[in-house]
Design a protein around this ligand. Sequence first.
Ligand code: MN
Length: 259
Amino acid sequence: MGERLKIGISACFSHPDPDRPFFRGKTLQYVEQSMVHWLQSAGALPLMIPSPEGDTKRGDVTLDDYADLLDGLVLEGGADVWPGSYGETPLQPEWSGDRIRDEYEIALTRAFVARDKPVLGICRGLQVLNVAFGGTLYQDIGTQVPEALTHRNREVYDQNFHTIAFVPRTRLATLYGDPLSAKVNSIHHQAIKDLAPGFSVEARSTDDGVVEAVRREGRPYVAAVQWHPEFHDPADRTLLPGGPLLDDFLTAARATRHR
Ligand code: MN
């Protein structure tokens, strides 16, 4: 199978919290296990990319060093995007998001794209990519798109599902054999408002039109989905399998090795 692809995963941040019973006052950078296992399911070697920035910064390692080393980047799910990243102020304090992570992930994206290496965004990652390339977000779907479905349900978390419709003849539709619709999980309360220039929509939520998948035109591969394919139980045949999406991303990563 050749040398394993080295795929960087952007870190999630747990910022210092004086009320936390463990690592009080410390910044944690971490990855979520199912993301690692999803990438490993295809034989890739996932590696978390730790941010070199922060109050304990030492030395001169940069994100460019990681982008040189790795074959592709996955932007992981997690906290909201800071509205300031797309020129707005938070409508509610709880929608302030994670500015530090935004800056880190936007810089990571630029480093990979500059090297013509592929970037795949998952959930928050879709929102970060849209913002990084000049788009905007709804800060809260429930408030700003009141006719929309419930795209996040705190009680059932990753067991909240809805259907999506693929935009015909897009790359994503082709990968999945142009089905009319598919069922995916939904754990987001932010969504794309203005699509970034140079991007196209590849799937929408069937009932309300909320954007669920996007792709940047041209090279390198930059694509994202609003659902979490890594959370889908492969045994549940009613859910859209993650394999075709992952394989296409990894094929793009492998291609950049042989230019
Ligand atoms: Mn959704």
